[in-house]
Ligand binder design. Sequence first.
Ligand code: HEC
Length: 160
Amino acid sequence: MSWLRVLSGDKRPRAQAPASQLLLILVAASAVAATAYASPAQDYMLYCMGCHGAQAEGVPGKVPPLAHALGRYMRTPAGRNYVLRVPGAANSVLSDEQLAAVLNWLAQSFDADELSSAVPLFSAAEVTRLRHSPLASVLAARSAVVRDLATTGTAPPASY
Ligand code: HEC
């Protein structure tokens, strides 16, 4: 009977070899992926995008956009201070280096017009210095910063 032949011993080793080779390749590939340093784009995807959106566009009424906003915050010390202490960024599992890299990648990818030699990127040292003091009131800090930025040029949206 044909089903007996299918289950017969002499067929099985040939049928199993490709599967076990594939398994080995998968195990090796995932080991390489786990040890490779994640890129800022990957970190954004894993730790920020769920709230801030694929194009950093935010969610109306809930999450502010980072596109056409982040570089504006980076213009002033108070803006930089706010960005590095906002809970979603400061409390993320990202290291100081990774958080600086994600924020810089975001600004360069979605708010490049705002960046210039007068607007420096974030350094890991700046993140280390600021991220550990929680904001007493996030929204009060945000409004003060946005209001101040509006007096000296383009500002992030006052409400979102
Ligand atoms: C759970 C949802 C959530 C996640 C995840 C999240 N954020 Fe946010 N983020 C917010 C909200 C909501 C605000 C508005 C301020 C507040 O209420 O905390 C905000 C504000 C910000 C701001 C300031 C922008 C503004 O206009 O106020 C920055 C910068 C920021 N987040 C960066 C990040 C980064 C970088 C990550 C990933 C490491 C991240 N966020 C992850 C929800 C999130």
